[in-house]
Design a protein around this ligand. Structure first.
Ligand SMILES: Nc1nc2c(ncn2[C@@H]2O[C@H](COP(=O)(O)OP(=O)(O)OP(=O)(O)O)[C@@H](O)[C@H]2O)c(=O)[nH]1
Length: 305
């Protein structure tokens, strides 16, 4: 990707930004406003991902990758403790963190807990005071003073994620904290791993249901491409890997009928999952003995941890 733009002017800036905040403070609303797409899908899934991508904001000279740091909430279990540690290291790896609070509620125990975690890292933290449409302007200053006593924020930005008030200012300020860097994701990519994994599983499930014994578990599905097209339709390109030519024949079916049916059924589920229209393209490839090949497994997204 070009580091400088065509005119040889501004350098491309990019970086990762963590979004932190108690439930319901408006993280998804802010993301949806910034990125203008329905990206906060799967937010109700178990918090197992270390660095879930919440959204990618791309312009001609900037790319901001927003990350969720789920583990920062008060740990309630062993897993929670583990997540806390990963949240802490995730915080060290980002250029900045946005700490969202709901100004229509006072500072709560949850907020104080998060602030304690933020003190452990040197990452610049923005206090993003959301839902200003719900209060009177004069209520804001005393609240800012209260937060300032708890932590030395890099910037304090009052916004309304719902109506977009001051969100541009937030973006402008954030961009100043980004180093020169590459465009990490294609401009139209909106999601990362978790959704892709579930889509692959949905496709695999349909095949297993429809084939029963003939094609046992010797198939794997890899999502090679997932992006939102200009018309708003999500394009998904997926490859179905089988071990033998005979299996390839079964999966494709007579005149491609079988594959078409797999696509039809999987698309229905995927559309329900993503909440948007989907164009699903499927290929079938033979990869002999893929189950024993370490590299292939890695390519397909399997992990050992
Ligand atoms: N009035 C007002 N409501 C807002 C604003 N931002 C978000 N909300 C509302 O607050 C509620 C929670 O917003 P979400 O974006 O789902 O909050 P979240 O932080 O993503 O919540 P979790 O996914 O539970 O962590 C929704 O009903 C939003 O419409 C705002 O700026 N003003």
């Amino acid at each position: 990707m070009n580091q400088t733009n065509e005119q040889g002017g501004n350098k491309f800036r990019s970086g990762f930004v963590a979004i932190i905040g108690r439930p319901n403070v408006g993280k998804s609303t802010l993301m949806n406003h910034l990125i203008g797409q329905k990206i906060a899908i799967m937010s109700d899934k178990p918090q197992t991902t270390r660095n879930k991508i919440h959204g990618v904001y791309t312009t001609n000279d900037t790319q901001i990758v927003f990350l969720d740091t789920p583990g920062i909430h008060k740990p309630q279990s062993k897993l929670g403790n583990y997540m806390m540690q990963t949240a802490e290291s995730a915080l060290k790896e980002v250029e900045a963190a946005l700490f969202l609070v709901d100004v229509s509620e006072g500072i709560g125990g949850g907020d104080r807990f998060i602030i304690e975690q933020l003190k452990k890292v040197k990452t610049p933290v923005f206090l993003v005071m959301n839902k200003i449409d719900k209060i009177e302007p004069e209520q804001l200053l005393p609240m800012i003073a209260q937060y300032n006593e708890l932590y030395s924020f890099a910037e304090i930005v009052p916004i309304s994620a719902l109506n977009g008030n001051n969100v541009t200012t937030l973006l402008e300020q954030l961009t100043r904290y980004l180093p020169e860097g590459p465009q990490y994701y294609p401009a139209d990519q909106i999601t990362d791993h978790p959704e892709q994994f579930v889509c692959a599983e949905l496709i695999r499930e349909k095949i297993l249901h429809m084939t029963r014994e003939e094609v046992p578990h010797s198939i794997a599905v890899a999502i090679e491409d997932m992006r939102v097209q200009e018309n708003g339709v999500v394009y998904i390109g997926a490859v179905i890997f089988v071990e033998r030519d005979s299996q390839k024949g079964i999966i494709i079916g007579k005149r491609g009928d079988f594959l078409k049916e797999v696509g039809k059924q999987a698309r229905k589920d995927i559309e329900a999952l993503l909440g948007s229209r989907t164009f699903l393209e499927l290929w079938v490839k033979v990869k002999k003995d893929w189950r024993n090949q370490e590299r292939v497994l890695k390519d397909l997204g399997f992990r050992h941890d």
